[in-house]
Unconditional design. Sequence first.
Length: 330
Amino acid sequence: MKTVDIHTHLLNPSVRFDRPLDRFIVRFFAKKLGIEVKRLKANPYSVYLESMARAISESQHLEKTCLFGVDSRVDHKGRDIHRDETVCASTEDVLAAAVHYPDSFIPFLSVNPDRPDALDLIDEYVERGCKGAKFLQNYWGIDLNNERFLPYYEKLKSNDIPLIIHIGCEYTIQSDPDYERLNMIELPLKSGVTVIAAHMGLGRPNYKFRFWRNLSKKPDFFDQDYYTLLEKLTVYDNLYADLSAILTPFKARSLRHISQQTMTHEKILFGTDFPVPFPIIFNTYDLDISTRLRINAMENPFDRYIEALLEYFPAGSAIYSNYQKVLGIT
């Protein structure tokens, strides 16, 4: 079985892995990528990109990944006011990576809709090969239901490319929780653009005092946005969702439940959120220990992710081929 990963990230070319979170995870991150920590720290960007492309080419199950960066936070005049030194890669960076590794990457654009030339940039980037768009509106601090963004959505629709919208808590970059909820998809959906709600609306730690509920497999304790999304997937023809970062502990607990929602599987896309790390042995899903150990022994990070999902969505499941519908490729 071969599939396309709808959701992976390029890093900032200036990345140094010196944020507190980066310093904490870099050893785990490097080990899981099969890279020497010293080599990754010495030349982070090129080693990351090279290793990612190699992992894709060596994967048993993966053909390519959709690759995107994150545009800067800008003011209403389009001037950069913040550019995260780890996460923010430009669309130019993404296109360059796709040119260098054409057999590994499908480029997506990331253009902050507050840029005055945003509509022209969409046309330019689509002409140069971008097959979709990605929003991280919670980092940008923008309300996607503001009517002034309607021409942006209409431009995406006219170019026949999907829009991936981050839904759920964000831990890797500054984020405004007001713009993380599922209601952010309302105006984009209304415009007619194909919307992909990332992360299944899961991952929000809703219980502060009974924290264990945030890790419980009991469906009563799942995020309300998740249930609303499941309902909307059966109503809106232009709405999809992806499984990116579903193996992080706040989300993995839901896998058995998602696997049983068969009426939505034609609208769910495989994705990883690479390079977000994920545990295999110590996680909240319901796999037995022998299965966890078997999957954990796999060297390829994409194959580890896919092998875990195959326990819930066997080969032949629509989640592995739905990318063909939203990207228009086979």
